[in-house]
Design a protein around this ligand. Structure first.
Ligand code: NAD
Ligand code: UDP
Ligand code: UDP
Length: 338
């Protein structure tokens, strides 16, 4: 089944990291867990375009086959329906570990972050693959440092409603570093800040997807709390570029990957109004428990060590996801402005 292993001419004892930089390579065998999801599917597009062999492992919890369907029939692409909470045997060079119930409505009560990460680290150890964890800015909790640097340890409630996600990712980072130090696994850690773009889940409750879908459906934009809390929104292509640079680079991290442009939720609502419907109404709703008051990445480390910084501003990026959302919400039938 994995005959490309022979074509590539290096076995599992030669991890990706051992390929001299600059050497023209034939393509890597890469597994992307959560590759049918929002970020994962964009990453898969780039890896396939680069000439790598990609295996997507996804249980379709929040991901969709439609996100990767355009690769069906490509011999360099495989899709496996599998829950990473169960062990998995594959022979690969790199593991991008994205599988995770990533939004508040989905992530509760799910052991994916801990057990799934452990399994993928076990896989990386067995085959000598390089492992990249997609952690999150949520590890900083409701931060007392602003903007957040990677050296900040965070301010997280261990028993709150968000803890399964925050603490799950913190544990995933711990496991990753333990496998690195204890078993010599080559690891990379990205701390991803709020990201948006085409293929985002429409109804998973995140603020950008909520506002865009609401504006398109002519519903009021639901601002939680007083709307003065801030987030920094990154366009998905910038994130994918950062993830690939991190995987190919020499540094373990953790690295903040995010756009430092900081917006209050009311400002975000205004940008959505400008982009989709200036007449969209705003409706205030009670905020959720333990909602971080502000969040903005300090990306100096990624700039220095990965030569990376985001290129797409919110005003440029938002219209790029609107056409995708319009298509998915209304089908071919075009409505509204823009
Ligand atoms: P997403 O929900 O679109 O993608 C996650 C994918 O993982 C989905 O395809 C889902 O079906 C799959 N999955 C979930 N549990 C699984 C399991 N047990 N086994 C196999 N597959 C499973 O979310 P996303 O926004 O693309 O997030 C990708 C990664 O980036 C996640 O690890 C998330 O924590 C991280 N992240 C994302 C953001 C963001 O703003 N999008 C911010 C911080 C961190
Ligand atoms: N694992 C996996 N695929 C592999 C190797 C390991 O899914 O190719 C899982 C394995 O089932 C275990 C976890 O990864 O639950 C950790 O593996 P490791 O070998 O580090 O730990 P051990 O099995 O020795 O406890
Ligand atoms: N939010 C909002 N309206 C919504 C959804 C979310 O005002 O319809 C707020 C939420 O309270 C939070 C911010 O937007 O302050 C970002 O929420 P999201 O769930 O997108 O990301 P996270 O909280 O994980 O950063």
């Amino acid at each position: 089944k994995f005959s490309h292993q022979h074509r590539l001419g290096f076995g599992s004892s030669n991890p990706a990291g051992k390929i001299p930089l600059g050497l023209k390579r034939k393509g890597l065998r890469i597994v992307v867990t959560g590759g049918a999801g929002f970020v994962g599917s964009h990453l898969v597009d780039r890896l396939i375009a680069r000439g790598d062999s990609v295996i997507v492992v996804d249980n379709f919890f929040t991901g969709r086959k439609e996100n990767v369907m355009h690769h069906f029939g490509n011999p360099n692409f495989e899709l496996i329906r599998h829950d990473v909470v169960e062990p998995l045997l594959l022979e690969v060079d790199q593991i991008y570990h994205l599988a995770c119930p990533a939004s508040p409505v989905h992530y509760k009560f799910n052991p994916t972050n801990v057990v799934g990460t452990l399994n993928m680290l076990g896989l990386a150890k067995r085959v000598g693959a390089r492992f990249l964890l997609t952690s999150t800015s949520e590890v900083y909790g409701d931060p007392l440092q602003h903007p957040q640097k990677e050296t900040y340890w965070g301010n997280v409630n261990p028993i709150g409603v968000r803890s399964c996600y925050d603490e799950g990712k913190r544990t995933a980072e711990t496991l990753t570093m333990d496998y690195h130090r204890g078993a010599g696994v080559e690891v990379r850690i990205a701390r991803i800040f709020n990201t948006y773009g085409p293929r985002m889940c429409i109804d998973d409750g995140r603020v950008v997807s909520n506002f865009v879908a609401q504006a398109l459906r002519k519903e009021p934009l639901t601002v939680y709390g007083d709307g003065k809390q801030t987030r920094s929104f990154q366009y998905v292509s910038d994130l994918v570029e950062g993830l690939m640079r991190l995987m190919e680079g020499e540094h373990v991290g953790p690295f903040n990957l995010g756009n430092p442009g900081e917006f209050t939720m009311l400002e975000l609502a205004e940008v959505v109004q400008e982009t989709i419907d200036p007449n969209a109404k705003i409706e205030f709703r009670p905020n959720t428990e333990d909602d971080p008051h502000k969040r903005k990445p300090d990306i100096s480390r990624a700039k220095e060590q990965l030569g990376w910084e985001p290129k797409v501003s919110l005003r440029k990026g938002l219209p790029l996801m609107v056409s995708d959302f319009r298509q998915r919400i209304f089908g071919d039938h075009k409505e509204g402005s823009n």
